[in-house]
Each structure stands twice: as structure tokens, then as C-alpha cells.
Design a protein around this ligand. Structure first.
Ligand SMILES: Cc1ncc(C[n+]2csc(CCOP(=O)(O)OP(=O)(O)O)c2C)c(N)n1
Ligand code: SF4
Ligand SMILES: [Mg+2]
Length: 302
């Protein structure tokens, strides 16, 4: 993991409307520090369309284009094309969408943009449910979770969609996962994305204390434990989806501690937790096998 220096200028001000401990808010602050002021944002419907503040007030010092829920990637593609027609090739256009807007409703527009290799950054901040409308399950909600549409005892039974693999199948130049608990790594990845042409997809783990029934002060600790318990591995996929790298230099922490800190999982029995942990380990081993298969000398550009 490369450790970038965290830039001091702030492009996100105080006075935003997020809940205490909101991971999505920390994610935006660090992402903008990496990308700098020549950034234009496209926000579909999500918590962030509220967090920013009521027009004409904004907590961000970059321009924002609010768009429909399903249209983040297509709007960003159009905005980038428009800027280029006006001779602006410098401004980075970033679609910034939640997991519902990415894994579910916006996936068609995202797939289209990625297939055309549109010159945009697409960032999904993942709080693992439709939070803005009251904690409904998305296809990113992990198996075992309570949400208002998966109430106990009918908690989520289906696994989280493997979005990184879906994006890798589009052969785009850069894909990475990042976490608000590792801001230097996050900044490094957004900086790298800024320098690449074509569709860059970033997936940022962003705890939501409100929706996860989590104490706000544990937000960053949860993001860190998601990585160290292998729930949310930090990966980079380059070389058009062929080269996978998995970050492994962490002290492992117990899966059960991660799960039990969050009210959304507290109904699970020990036996259920063991089953879920086995699945987490299978996914981890699968990622390691992708990494092993992908190391081809001479192909890895960076
Ligand atoms: C077509 C359409 N369907 C539903 C909605 C209502 N809606 C607005 S935000 C939202 C949830 C967004 O969830 P996610 O993308 O995960 O972002 P989060 O709120 O979690 O930040 C929904 C269902 C909408 N605005 N447009
Ligand atoms: S509901 Fe969750 S994601 Fe939305 S602002 Fe609150 S903490 Fe952030
Ligand atoms: Mg969400």
C-alpha cells in the first residue's frame, strides 16, 4: 500500500447535512483532496444529494450536476463530452453514486459508459443499503443484514453482488476498492485514477452509523475492521481487468467483532456467523487466486 501525503486544502467545508460519523462524507472529503479543484461532480439521487446542502448553499467547492437516480454514468459521459467540445480537457468528471445507484438502478448506464470506455471517474460510495430513503436493502447489502425491507427474521439471504468482477469484465483501465479508514491509500488511488484516460471505477467502503445501528464514533474503526477481517478487501485491477492485486499486509482481526459491533447483524447466531465467515474466507481465497493467475511479467504497467 502506497501512502500518499494528505493534501491540506479542503474542497469540502463544514456545514454539510450528513449524520454524525457518516463514512460517505469522509470519502468525499478525501476524494476531492486527491482530485483537486478542477473536478466536476455528477450526483444521482442518494444521501449525497442531501448532504451537500439546499441550493444555493453547498458544502463543496466544486461544481455539481444533480441528475436522476439511474443516470449518473450517462450524465457524466455527456458532461465530459460537452467540456471537451468547449476545449476543456483538464477538468475531471466524476460520477459519485451510492450502492443502490450503482449496483442496482444505475448499472445499465454504468455498463454502457464502461463498455464505451468513457473518460470519466465513477465512484460508488458503499454504505450497503438505500440509506437516503430509509435503509432498504440493495444488491450490495451483505448477507445476514437487517434492513427495513429485510426485517428479522427475514434478514438478507442473498450475497453481496461482486461489483468489482462485473467492472473487470468490462476491460476498463483502472478499478480499485478503497476505505475511509485508509485515507492515504484512498488518496493515492484517486490520484492514480486522475492520471488515467478512460473509465476508472472506484468502490469506497463508507460506513453508515444510522443504517448499520452503529455508534457514530465507531465508523472509522468499522471501516478498518471490514478490511482486516477480509469483509472488504482492498484490491486494484489494472491492465484492462487482467492484473489483480490484493492488499494483505494487515493484522487480521476477528470477523465476529466486526459483525457484533453493528446492530444490523446482532440477531445472527454463532452458527450463522461461522457460516458467513467461511464464505468470507472463500471469497478471499478466490481473490488471491485471481492475483496469482494475473501476474504476467511485462504486462503490469504500474
Ligand atoms: C427512479 C427513482 N427511484 C427511486 C428514487 C428514490 N430514491 C432516492 S435516493 C434513494 C436511495 C439511494 O440509495 P443509494 O444509491 O445506496 O445511496 P444512499 O442513499 O445510500 O447514499 C432512492 C430509492 C428516486 N429518486 N428515483
Ligand atoms: S443515513 Fe448514513 S449515509 Fe446517509 S448521511 Fe446519514 S450516515 Fe451518511
Ligand atoms: Mg447506499
Amino acid at each position: 500500500m502506497k501512502a500518499a501525503k494528505i493534501p491540506t486544502p479542503e474542497l469540502m467545508t463544514s456545514g454539510h447535512l450528513a449524520c454524525q460519523g457518516c463514512g460517505a462524507t469522509q470519502a468525499m472529503r478525501f476524494a476531492l483532496k486527491a482530485l483537486g479543484p478542477k473536478t466536476a461532480l455528477v450526483l444521482p439521487a442518494c444521501c449525497w444529494s442531501v448532504i451537500d446542502g439546499p441550493f444555493p448553499h453547498s458544502s463543496l467547492k466544486v461544481p455539481i450536476f444533480h441528475t436522476a437516480f439511474e443516470a449518473a454514468a450517462s450524465t457524466a459521459s455527456g458532461l465530459k463530452a460537452g467540456l471537451e467540445m468547449r476545449g476543456d480537457t483538464e477538468t475531471v468528471v466524476m460520477a459519485w453514486a451510492g450502492d443502490g445507484g450503482t449496483f442496482d438502478i444505475g448499472i445499465q448506464a454504468l455498463s454502457g459508459a464502461a463498455e464505451r470506455n468513457e473518460d470519466i471517474i465513477y465512484c460508488c460510495y458503499d454504505n450497503e443499503a438505500y440509506m437516503n430513503t430509509g435503509i432498504q436493502r440493495s444488491s450490495s447489502t451483505p448477507v445476514g443484514a437487517w434492513t427495513t425491507t429485510t426485517p428479522v427474521p427475514h434478514y438478507k439471504r442473498r450475497p453481496k453482488k461482486k461489483m468489482i468482477e462485473i467492472m473487470a469484465a468490462h476491460s476498463i483501465p483502472y478499478i480499485a476498492t478503497a476505505s475511509v479508514a485508509y485515507p492515504q491509500d484512498l488518496i493515492e488511488k484517486f490520484r492514480k485514477a486522475r492520471e488515467i484516460k478512460g473509465t476508472r471505477f472506484l468502490h469506497v467502503f463508507a460506513p453508515c452509523p444510522t443504517g448499520w445501528k452503529l455508534a457514530p464514533e465507531l465508523s472509522v474503526a468499522m471501516a478498518r475492521q471490514a478490511v482486516t477481517s477480509k469483509v472488504f478487501p482492498l484490491v486494484e485491477v489494472t491492465d484492462g481487468g487482467r492484473t489483480w492485486r490484493v492488499w494483505k499486509e494487515f493484522e487480521p482481526t476477528p470477523f465476529k467483532d466486526y459483525m457484533m459491533a453493528q446492530g444490523r447483524f446482532r440477531h445472527l447466531t454463532d452458527a450463522e456467523l461461522v457460516g458467513l465467515e467461511e464464505e468470507i474466507e472463500r471469497n478471499w481465497q478466490y481473490l488471491l487466486s485471481k492475483e496469482k493467475m494475473s501476474i504476467v511479467p511485462g504486462l503490469d504497467a504500474d
